[in-house]
Design a protein around this ligand. Structure first.
Ligand SMILES: Cc1cc2nc3c(=O)[nH]c(=O)nc-3n(C[C@H](O)[C@H](O)[C@H](O)COP(=O)(O)OP(=O)(O)OC[C@H]3O[C@@H](n4cnc5c(N)ncnc54)[C@H](O)[C@@H]3O)c2cc1C
Length: 464
């Protein structure tokens, strides 16, 4: 006999817990199931711990640069990795505990632990139990891809999850993958004191971004002594004594990287295998993402998919927004004049947390060019931003793209100090659906990085 609920939620990442509480508060009898750590990726192996470690790495960097600012620090700057990990654990642990406490304390909400599988379009099994509900919400997230490269089964390797247990300094960390996760870990471990080599199959880092952004990031990495192996083909792993030998067939450089540790950062895959989707008839795409419509409904009525497992976002803020969309459309639909919330209302936005960070909103320059729309572009190097000069952090540049006809902002890349915050000025003007001239005429605070945004807009020129 199945225990009956009004709603079953699988996964306690960024969407599941707030949805469980919202549905329970609305009077539904809710079951939520977690097979691993409460809070999911962001809390345990993603955003929070990595950004905490990025902060330690920044402190090490600034300590080494102290003399540039007239500050004397005697002796060599050394990083105590046990303390870095302890700080990270201390900051992250309460988040995990808070999620579990909130769920266990919520009225109308029952927490199950174990691996959940769909048994039908209305039934889920967990451990030896069966639960049934007319509504099932899948929030199972994703995990690191382990590519089938030669030798992978012969050597130990790290992923973003096992990196969380590292409380020592790798002598030489080789990172396979030169995108967001690889770059963040690469720069941080270089700052901690490791030799770091980033191996990327593509001809440039972080391919999804514009070429000028990739080039500036490459410069930032190389400036800190990070070895880059681009165009790496035929990557293979092997053991050589204590070392891991990563063989790469690159256009330049030695054919082998002799590393003490290897981190795989080649992408993420959704946790949709072994979920019983086929028993419920839920469709997936070729990457394993659950196919959803604009309101996050799957092809099976009564089943929704939220967060990384639907392939619509890949970020904490998009997973949380998925919760907002689903909860509002389910619970607020009877409000007078209710306008359903949709994924397509969302403007793509994210940050890369290297130092200085990259803040991104909307289209890249390459995407604008491909669209064929007449457009305007404005740029400014951080060397011409007073606040950046004062802080001694002048790497990077800003770039804003505007639709020449509607005058709406199409996208922006802010690579530079404060870029992860400054981008929100642009994002909010985009959400307001107003012409760029609104921000051009705004008076921003001096001295900030954001004060130069109106200046960038004053200098817009046709995109050729
Ligand atoms: C190193 C790293 C850094 C990141 N940094 C950022 C960042 O700075 N900013 C940002 O926005 N995003 C960042 N992300 C991405 C972000 O962590 C994810 O987008 C976000 O956590 C997705 O949330 P989610 O709710 O979809 O899934 P998750 O947080 O992955 O949660 C899914 C949960 O479901 C559970 N689960 C899975 N299958 C089952 C099952 N069958 N039964 C029961 N439970 C199950 C899992 O154990 C997990 O707890 C980062 C990711 C990584 C890996």
């Amino acid at each position: 006999m199945a225990t009956t609920y009004d709603a079953i939620i699988i996964g306690t990442g960024q969407a599941g817990p707030p949805l469980a509480v919202r549905l329970a508060e609305a009077g539904m009898k809710v079951a939520i199931i977690e097979r691993g750590l409460f809070g999911g990726t962001c809390v345990n192996t993603g955003c929070i711990p990595t950004k905490t470690m990025v902060a330690s790495a920044y402190a090490a960097r600034m300590a080494r640069r102290a003399a540039e600012y007239g500050v004397g620090i005697e002796g060599e700057i050394r990083v105590d990795m046990k303390k870095v990990k302890a700080r990270k654990d201390a900051i992250q642990a309460p988040h995990r505990a808070d999620v579990e406490t909130m769920l266990r304390g919520a009225e109308n909400c029952t927490v199950y632990t174990g691996h959940a599988r769909l048994e039908s379009a209305r039934e889920v099994s967990v451990g030896g139990e069966r639960l049934s509900a007319p509504r099932i919400f899948i929030n199972v997230g994703g995990r690191a891809v382990v590519p089938a490269m030669p030798g992978i089964d012969q050597v130990p390797y790290l992923t973003n999850s096992s990196m969380m247990g590292v409380d020592f300094l790798p002598r030489h960390l080789a990172i396979v993958g030169g995108s967001y996760i690889g770059l963040e870990f690469g720069q941080m471990f270089r700052r901690f004191g490791s030799e770091v080599t980033i191996i990327e199959m593509a001809p440039r880092l972080i391919q999804r971004e514009d070429e000028d952004v990739s080039a500036a990031i490459q410069e930032i990495m190389e400036h800190e002594g990070i070895n880059l192996r681009l165009n790496a083909k035929c990557i293979a792993l092997g053991r050589q004594g204590e070392n891991i030998n990563v063989s790469v067939d690159c256009e330049e450089g030695a054919p082998e990287v002799m590393a003490s540790h290897v981190l795989l950062a080649v992408g993420r895959r959704p946790n949709t295998d072994d979920l019983g989707l086929e028993k419920a008839g839920v469709l997936q795409d070729e990457r394993g993402n659950i196919i959803v419509d604009d309101e996050l409904c799957t092809n099976v009525p009564g089943i929704w998919a939220l967060g990384d497992c639907n392939g619509k976002g890949g970020f904490t803020h998009t997973a949380y927004n998925d919760f907002q969309i689903v909860a509002a459309n389910l619970l607020d639909g009877d409000l007078p004049g209710y306008d359903p919330r949709r994924v397509s209302d969302r403007i793509p936005a994210y940050a890369l947390y290297i130092d200085p960070p990259l803040g991104r909103a909307g289209l890249t320059e390459a995407e604008v060019r491909r669209s064929g729309k007449p457009a305007l572009i404005g740029t400014r190097p951080m060397t011409k931003v007073g606040r950046a000069v004062e802080k001694g952090e002048t790497q990077g540049f800003m770039k804003i793209l505007v639709d020449a006809e509607s005058k709406r902002i199409l996208g922006a890349s802010i690579l530079g100090t404060g870029g992860d915050e400054v981008i929100h000025c642009v994002l909010d003007v985009m959400y307001a659906k107003v012409p760029y001239t609104v921000m051009e005429r705004a008076v921003h605070i001096h001295p900030t990085v954001a004060e130069l945004l109106p200046t960038v807009l004053e200098g817009l020129a046709p995109l050729r």
